[in-house]
Design a protein around this ligand. Structure first.
Ligand SMILES: Cc1cc2nc3c(=O)[nH]c(=O)nc-3n(C[C@H](O)[C@H](O)[C@H](O)COP(=O)(O)O)c2cc1C
Length: 340
């Protein structure tokens, strides 16, 4: 992904129970955020301390994952939104153990706790109890009633109006919008409406070349680098071979290559490339040999083409957003105090 866009921010996740996962990253992956998932303050503190020498640019707490492994049995992820006081404490612990900015990734609600005021109570409490000044908002609520994580990214409706209302009601905080944004046109439309940042999830993963290949020019205004996928893969090969098997037998070839598997999405040769990749995973010992064996499936004119025109965005994505914004936040706790 970094090969397609040297500028955008990458997010790497660490669930505390799986702390042996790889914290190391190469210098060209900056700027990079470490996301932590957990619900035990001591373990959260230890995880942040452990990550410190690696030099992440920001530490983020996951308050948005609805997976039953995480929000159910694990009791963290989006379930933490129901306990803003704990999240405030956790963010204070994180901030006390790091020198870099801290942020929270969350949804706009959970099950029936989905009013705008409850979302504001969460943001208000977390930001008052801790130094958190940045929230990444997946602009749909999570349903913990047994639907799958994939369904939880589709079924609850997007409410961008809650996102922009947060920006109106908490002008001292920074908000990054997330959910359903697929192209750089749409990201630019979100920025024009005032968002401080845009997070793109599935589109960046499912179609990295056409989504991320435009980010540096269309979002950051950089001149076009003219880079091709052959060049991206040449750089990736050096990186991939340098980390392959660095920790015993991990990362494996499959793990190193996984982020590339959609690089030729819908292009000629994509199907044969994936079939060759499946076979090559069984016996290749280096990323170089993997590419030598598989890339013959992709025509040269595809490998050597710079990124084509950006796909157009949906013009109606934010069409009624501002007119749908809920009334301004009433801080119920402050109101109770004033009335007492
Ligand atoms: C396979 C997969 C894994 C994900 N893992 C994480 C994760 O570890 N942490 C996180 O905050 N979000 C995770 N997400 C959610 C995305 O960050 C994002 O919030 C969600 O996909 C909505 O954005 P999108 O519509 O741009 O995809 C994941 C999404 C997918 C599809």
């Amino acid at each position: 992904m970094r090969g397609c866009t040297p500028r955008c921010l990458l997010l790497k996740q660490l669930f505390i129970k799986r702390i042996i996962l790889f914290l190391a990253f190469s210098p060209e992956q900056h700027p990079i955020v470490l996301q932590i998932g957990g619900n035990n303050l001591n373990n959260i503190a230890k995880a942040v301390e452990l990550a410190k020498p690696y030099g992440y640019d920001e530490i983020n707490l996951n308050c948005g994952c609805p997976s039953s492994k995480v929000a159910g049995h694990g009791c963290f992820g989006v379930r933490l939104m129901l306990d803003p006081k704990f999240v405030g404490e956790a963010m204070s612990v994180i901030a006390a153990n790091t020198d870099v900015p801290v942020s929270v990734k969350c949804r706009i609600g959970v099950d029936d706790h989905d009013s705008y005021n409850e979302l504001c109570d969460f943001v208000y409490k977390v930001s008052s109890l801790s130094p958190t000044r940045h929230f990444i908002i997946h602009s749909r609520k999570a349903l913990l009633n047994g639907i799958s994580p994939a369904e939880n990214r589709e079924i609850p409706p997007l409410k961008y109006e809650y996102f922009y209302a947060l920006m109106r009601d908490f002008p001292d905080l920074r908000f990054t919008i997330n959910g359903g944004i697929k192209t750089v046109d749409e990201a630019n439309a979100a920025l024009r409406l005032g968002a401080h940042g845009v997070m793109v999830g599935r589109s960046a993963y499912q179609n990295p070349w056409r989504t991320l290949g435009h980010v540096d020019t269309a979002i950051y205004g950089a001149p076009s680098s003219g880079i091709t996928r052959r060049q991206v893969l040449e750089q990736y090969q050096v990186y991939g071979d340098s980390i392959l098997g660095k920790y015993g037998n991990r990362p494996s070839i499959r793990e190193v290559v996984k982020p590339l598997l959609h690089l030729f999405y819908t292009d000629p040769g994509n199907g044969p490339w994936k079939r060759k990749a499946d076979a090559a995973f069984q016996h290749c010992k280096t990323i170089k040999s993997f590419f030598d064996e598989t890339l013959v499936a992709i025509p040269d004119y595809i490998l050597d083409a710079p990124v084509a025109e950006s796909p157009p965005g949906r013009e109606d994505l934010f069409v009624n957003t501002l007119s749908l914004m809920p009334p301004p936040y009433e801080d119920t706790e402050q109101k109770v105090l004033l009335e007492a």
